[in-house]
Structure formats: structure tokens, C-alpha cells
Design a protein around this ligand. Structure first.
Ligand code: 5GP
Ligand code: ZN
Length: 115
């Protein structure tokens, strides 16, 4: 838990989030400003600021994020048509909240390359 982290506050319930999934390690909630019909953020309950701070000891936790994302995509009904998982890392890539999160985007056709 980081005291000044928005996503830690959502995980703790201090700030309300529209939760779609959680387990011991992972928390997932709907993005407040959705960029696709399905836009869910999948985060580790443990505070890690970005992929730049992720270490080899976090390998299992990071894998759990991806597997949770795939499960949520299925539950949301977007897995067959397709979905995109995005991890923005640092400002140049558009990261604005410094608690690792996987964006799950689906429900529309995605362009490539991403902007
Ligand atoms: P980033 O830009 O760091 O990759 O993604 C941060 C995401 O968090 C953005 O898509 C933004 O819409 C979302 N976000 C920012 N504040 C809140 C909030 O208070 N609640 C929720 N559910 N999402 C938020
Ligand atoms: Zn945090």
C-alpha cells in the first residue's frame, strides 16, 4: 500500500471502484474513462509503480495479472472477437497512474499500430 496511490486507495475501498474480479493477489475494476466498450484495469494488490520496478520475484504475480485478464475477457464476452492487453510504462508511453495496471480493451475493432 502506498499512501498517495490512487489504485491502492481503490483496492483498499477508500475510493470506490467498479470491481469486476478479485482474488488474493489481483484486483480488477472498470476504467473511469473507457476507451472501448469493455475497458477494465487489472492490477496487483501489492503496490509496484511500473514495469521498470518489477523484479524477477514478481514473475508469478505478473503472470497472474495476465491470466486474470484472459479470464475476465472471457467473462465479458470479448475473448472470441478479440481484445487487447496494454501496460503503459512511464510518461512517454502514457502512464498516468504509477501502480502497475494491465488495460483490457475489447468490444470494438482495434487499430495497429497503437497511438
Ligand atoms: P495509464 O494512463 O496510467 O496507463 O492508465 C490509467 C487509467 O486509470 C486511465 O485509463 C484512467 O482513465 C484510469 N483512471 C484514472 N483515475 C481513475 C479512477 O479514479 N477510477 C478508475 N476506475 N479509473 C481511473
Ligand atoms: Zn498503489
Amino acid at each position: 500500500m502506498s499512501d498517495d496511490c490512487l489504485f491502492c486507495k481503490i483496492i483498499s475501498g477508500e475510493i470506490q471502484g467498479d470491481v469486476v474480479y478479485q482474488d488474493d493477489d489481483v484486483y480488477a475494476f472498470r476504467d473511469i474513462n473507457p476507451q472501448a466498450p469493455t475497458h477494465i484495469l487489472i492490477v496487483p494488490k501489492r503496490h509496484i509503480p511500473s514495469m521498470n520496478e518489477a523484479a524477477s520475484g514478481d514473475a508469478e504475480l505478473l503472470g497472474k495479472l495476465l491470466l486474470a485478464a484472459a479470464r475476465i475477457a472471457k467473462d465479458e464476452g470479448v475473448s472470441e472477437d478479440g481484445y487487447r492487453l496494454v501496460i503503459n510504462t512511464n510518461r512517454g508511453a502514457g502512464q498516468s497512474v504509477f501502480h502497475i495496471h494491465v488495460h483490457l480493451l475489447g468490444g470494438r475493432q482495434m487499430g495497429w499500430p497503437p497511438g
